[in-house]
Design a protein around this ligand. Structure first.
Ligand SMILES: CC(=O)N[C@H]1[C@@H](OP(=O)(O)OP(=O)(O)OC[C@H]2O[C@@H](n3ccc(=O)[nH]c3=O)[C@H](O)[C@@H]2O)O[C@H](CO)[C@@H](O)[C@@H]1O
Ligand SMILES: C=C(OP(=O)(O)O)C(=O)O
Length: 418
């Protein structure tokens, strides 16, 4: 099994090119199923989750051409199965996002229940309820969600709680429904906006994405189209935190600063100087030690849960005490015990972690438990004395494109070993 070895102590300097967003490209690839002509997606990151989605689309019968240069062409006209099997869905929860498109296009779909994952139980009841509001008959049998409906009907639906995935599934389904749907208490994440832009490029009529009220005027068909995936705000934030922790200066290029307000505010609070243009972010820490920053995760535009672990790593070596509240997932502190193995001082009580910054961490073998936990361990390794070896990095490869090459180009001493 592969591992990543980091030798701490180097300040990061230079430029890093940000990839397309994992959390945008996955729903967008699923959305191509709605079209009745080929769709071309560019700025696609090379990620394990993208490969899994390609396999899923292929299993459904779609033609998938990955041109290897960040462009994927999906031909959905050859789809001949509406069943997403457990084998693939269990490896990637986002596979459940084929449910809405398949149901809307073909009138039926069977998608394996994704089950829980390391960070929480992550049910899909809100996806099901939303599709039921549009008229779907849904049962859950033998571990599969079985959905059926001749043609979905536009309706008003209020999500019980804000869910990114449920908003995406219902939004995609509503594009082919008869009449208008109004989705209230919708998620407002930039990835929802990107999905809506892609759907509109395919002929959908979606308004209000990015607000908590999305209006979808159903159309008879979606045609092919082209879309370039929004830059990954979580990858961007991860590199910015790395630079802040090491006292360095980096510029993230091909980024979208306007999707990162809460993260940029916290980095400034930690003492970083930050300058943005429309598509770059320069962070200068000037060799200073970061100050501790309190944070509470919440749906966009508040602080993203997908950046919590990275800021935990920053707080481990910051000046002061930080209180971190995780309000989205019930079990998203699994990096804590591993950070403690590196010398961090962290106490967890329920959804709250109290982090007392220490001047030094010391390298050790650690184990990644999930995607962002893996990133936090790399960040801690960048500032720890000696070597940190991170095991189970397959989590990392789900969501970061070439992270060791990108960090290495910024001056980090990092390598992958088998
Ligand atoms: C592929 C993708 O885009 N993943 C992101 C997406 O995950 P995902 O879409 O799975 O996350 P949700 O926004 O749905 O989850 C938010 C909360 O709602 C709960 N919930 C969700 C659906 C449901 O039917 N019932 C229910 O109770 C979840 O358990 C969680 O506590 O948003 C999360 C929250 O920003 C991010 O951490 C993930 O990186
Ligand atoms: C939790 C994450 O992803 P997923 O929803 O794909 O598990 C993440 O990107 O941090």
């Amino acid at each position: 099994m592969q591992k990543i070895v980091v030798e701490g102590g180097a300040a990061l300097n230079g430029e890093v090119r940000i990839s397309g967003a994992k959390n945008a490209v996955l729903p967008i690839l699923c959305a191509t199923l709605l079209a009745d002509a080929p769709v071309r997606i560019s700025n696609v990151p090379r990620l394990h989750d993208v490969v899994t989605t390609e396999k899923l689309l292929t299993q459904l019968g779609a033609g998938v051409i990955d041109r290897g240069d960040g462009v994927i062409e999906v031909d959905p006209t050859t789809v001949n199965s509406q069943v997403a099997s457990y084998d693939l869905v269990k490896t990637m929860r986002a596979s459940v996002l084929v449910l809405g498109p398949l149901l809307a296009k073909y009138g039926h779909a069977e998608v394996s229940l994704p089950g829980g994952c390391a960070i929480g139980s992550r049910p899909v009841d809100l996806h099901i309820k939303g599709l039921q509001t549009l008229g779907a008959e849904i049962t859950v049998e033998n571990g599969y969600i079985k959905a059926r409906c001749e043609r979905l009907r536009g309706a008003r639906h209020v999500f019980d709680i804000v869910s990114v995935g449920a908003t995406e599934n219902v939004l995609m389904a509503a594009t082919l429904a008869e009449g208008t749907s109004v989705l209230e208490n919708a998620a407002m994440e930039p990835e929802i906006v990107d999905l809506a832009q892609c759907l509109n490029a395919m002929g959908a009529r979606v308004e209000g994405a990015g607000s908590n009220r999305i209006v979808v005027h159903g159309v008879e068909r979606l045609h092919g189209g082209e879309h370039s995936v929004v830059p990954d705000r979580i990858e961007t934030g991860t590199f910015l935190v790395a630079a802040a922790m090491t006292g360095g200066r980096i510029t993230a290029t091909h980024a979208r600063p306007d999707t990162l307000d809460a993260v940029i505010d916290k980095l400034k609070e930690a003492g970083a100087q930050i300058e943005c243009t429309a598509d770059t972010i320069t962070l200068d820490m000037g060799g200073r030690r970061p100050r501790a920053v309190n944070l509470t995760t919440a749906p966009h535009p508040a602080f993203p849960t997908d950046m919590q672990a990275q800021f935990m790593a920053l707080n481990c070596i910051a000046d002061g005490v930080a209180v971190i509240n995780e309000t989205i997932f019930e079990n998203r502190f699994m990096h804590v015990n591993e950070l403690v193995r590196l010398g961090a001082d962290i106490r967890v009580d329920g959804h709250t972690a109290v982090v007392r910054g220490t001047e030094r961490l010391s390298g050790a073998p650690v184990m990644a438990t999930d995607l962002r936990a893996s990133a936090s361990l790399i960040l801690a390794g960048l500032v720890a004395d000696g070597e940190t070896t991170i095991d189970r990095i397959y989590h990392l490869d789900r969501g970061y494109e070439n992270i060791e090459a990108k960090l290495g180009a910024l001056g980090a001493r990092i390598r992958r070993i088998s």
